[in-house]
Design a protein around this ligand. Structure first.
Ligand code: SAM
Length: 246
């Protein structure tokens, strides 16, 4: 998968060199290209922002540098990318969207600063390409670089061969299928006793059926406690009699 990120803070994307994403890059599973938007600004101060039409506080990112940057990046690859525009006013970034993006061959991220990007840029590319305005949560950050790190990591761990154990994301929180979009329940490792606290007996039983049932019950309880909205939204057919009794 190819990933392009256009930003005025290229150094903010340095975490993409470490851990899972860094290793995926080193193995050639991810081709990440970070671009400095200011390279497409032509005045002596490399200006990329201006005052908003209609007045008001803050600055708005100018359309020209974004247009030139995106045109050049689009021309440098085969096919058409999905353009992901981080913005608090976008659709929520969910595991489902991460799964959808993970099968695309090419993503271009446009993290903004100030009050965001001149609307015409989104319209210009939205008329001919798949452009997604995406929010990572109901809060406002100073820029879109942290949201890009979040989205890239969520997408990259779904790529074949990136996680050591391919099955491990299948029972993560929000994973469709067996876990029915529930949150994952508690997990334990050795030692069997720590500061007087043991682990649930069933996990030592070696009985796969009972362990699966326990995991599901714990997932259901945790979801009910922390995110009842997920249970309300889920397809009732995803739950069995046992779930409903909890
Ligand atoms: N005036 C904008 C609003 O109220 O919707 C907020 C702009 S914010 C200060 C600057 C940039 O940070 C945004 O354009 C976007 O790139 C990024 N950003 C901030 N919060 C975000 C969020 N929750 N999800 C995705 N991107 C976000």
């Amino acid at each position: 998968m190819r990933l392009d990120v256009v930003t005025i803070f290229p150094e903010y994307l340095e975490p993409l060199n470490v851990s899972l994403v860094g290793k995926a890059r080193a193995r050639g599973q991810l081709d990440v290209r970070i671009h400095d938007l200011r390279e497409w600004a032509h005045d002596k101060h490399n200006t990329v922002d201006d005052t908003p039409y209609g007045g008001g506080p803050g600055m708005v990112m100018k359309p020209e540098p974004w247009g030139e940057a995106l045109d050049e990046i689009l021309a440098s690859g085969d096919g058409e990318p999905v353009i992901v525009v981080p913005t608090p006013s976008g659709v929520p970034f969910t595991q489902q969207l991460a799964v959808e993006l993970s099968v695309k061959p090419w993503l271009v991220f446009t993290p903004a600063r100030y009050e965001g990007i001149d609307r015409r840029v989104i319209e210009e590319y939205g008329d001919r390409l798949d452009v997604r305005e995406v929010s990572i949560g109901d809060y406002v950050l100073a820029g879109g670089e942290a949201p890009v790190l979040v989205m890239v990591e969520a997408v990259a761990r779904l790529l074949p061969g990136v996680l050591g154990n391919a099955a491990s994301h299948q029972d993560d929180s929000f994973a469709p299928g067996a876990m029915a979009d529930l949150l994952e329940g508690p997990v334990y490792t050795k030692p069997p006793e720590w500061r007087g606290r043991g682990i649930p007996e069933v996990l030592l039983s070696g009985h796969h059926g009972k362990i699966a049932r326990w995991r599901r019950d714990e997932a259901f309880r945790r979801t009910d406690r922390n995110r009842p909205d997920l249970i309300e939204r889920a397809d009732p057919a995803a739950f069995d009699k046992h779930d409903r009794a909890i």
